[in-house]
Design a protein around this ligand. Structure first.
Ligand code: FMN
Length: 318
């Protein structure tokens, strides 16, 4: 399983739509590498439609971001089957099924977290993916603790499928991101795993903000892996034990953003991603030094990547 079983805990960069594209994953590979990457979630029904070309950029990756798992979502088992075949052909290291996204338009359509209440379809999807990839290719699920309430029968149901990996975001669907993640319950999931499917790797997810905290959570709650999402917004070096981020100078931060923008411009040179999608990264890098707020406002006004790079150059101290 991605050669992760020897390392405890292994660290995983969370899938974040419109954030963790190949560009940002390469930036993180260059600051402090996690042990496993996920793509953004990719809709299987669009993948098997004329809209396929629009979704394909989400599956772009380089050899710097490996091992890497492609995350899928959608409704139709047949499209999961076909897309899982595509994923194997594209050289991914595993395939993950999103059964946790709580966004209303998605759950109203019966997808992602809605599968918690539709076990028949959830089972059919897992089986379709398994059939497509064969017995030796890793299949995993990322989910939550329940729909409206905590429901560990959902977790038991999933564990019976002997998944290679199960990621638990320690909240229910109804809780969105509004309450602290329930790590005590993530610990219970690890115990259920020991009883039902000892080979399944359990990844805990929710509110981990540092490498040290991740190690502590793994020790305390018995999970194999730790997934970090929003922690990278506060520290792009979050996957290192001794993060240099707090001591980094304005110039070092500008340099990091500059390298991100250059890679963005080179990678998405056909307009696959709008320039404004960089603004959330601007907030990550351009902070923690005098004048950061004014500089951010200026940079967010850039209309082309060349203009943005020029502004970053002007703001440089050397
Ligand atoms: C902007 C954003 C986009 C997200 N997109 C996805 C996604 O595509 N697939 C997924 O499984 N989870 C997605 N998530 C949820 C995260 O993977 C993660 O489960 C959640 O943020 C909790 O972890 P954290 O506290 O470490 O951020 C997203 C979260 C954010 C903030």
């Amino acid at each position: 399983m991605y050669s992760l079983t020897d390392k405890k805990p292994f660290f995983v960069l969370a899938p974040m739509d419109d954030v963790t594209d190949t560009v940002f994953r390469q930036v993180i590979a260059g600051t402090a590498k996690p042990d496993l990457y996920f793509t953004e979630f990719v809709n299987v029904d669009r993948m098997q439609s004329p809209g396929r070309e629009k979704v394909i950029p989400k599956l772009k990756y380089s050899d710097k971001e490996t091992p890497i798992v492609a995350q899928l979502w959608g409704k139709t088992p047949e499209n999961y089957y076909k897309t899982a075949k595509d994923i194997v052909a594209m050289g991914f290291d595993g395939v993950d099924i999103n059964m946790g996204c709580p966004a209303k338009p998605i759950t109203q359509n019966g997808c992602c977290a809605a599968l918690i209440n539709n076990r028949e379809l959830a089972g059919q999807i897992i089986e379709a993916v398994r059939d497509a990839v064969g017995p030796d290719f890793p299949v995993s699920v990322k989910t939550r603790l329940g729909y409206n309430q905590v429901d560990l029968t959902w977790i038991e149901f999933l564990l019976k499928y002997k998944l290679n990996m199960l990621t638990i975001h320690g909240r229910t669907k109804a809780e969105m991101s509004k309450v602290p993640a329930r790590w005590d319950l993530i610990g219970e999931v690890a115990s259920l795993r020991d009883r039902i499917s000892p080979e399944t790797l359990i990844v805990g997810n929710g509110d981990v903000m540092s490498f040290e905290q991740g190690e502590q959570m793994s020790k305390q709650y018995g999970v194999d892996g730790i997934m970090i999402g929003r922690g990278v917004f506060h520290d792009p070096y979050v996957f290192s034990l001794h993060s240099p981020w707090g001591d980094m100078t304005k110039q070092q931060k500008i340099d990091l953003y500059t390298s991100h923008v250059k890679l963005f411009a080179k990678t998405w040179n056909n307009g696959e991603r709008a320039l404004h999608t960089l603004n959330k990264f601007c907030k990550v890098y351009i902070e923690g030094f005098p004048g950061a707020k004014d500089l951010r406002e200026k940079l967010m006004g850039a209309e082309t990547s060349d203009q943005l790079l020029e502004m970053l150059d002007e703001a440089s101290e050397n």
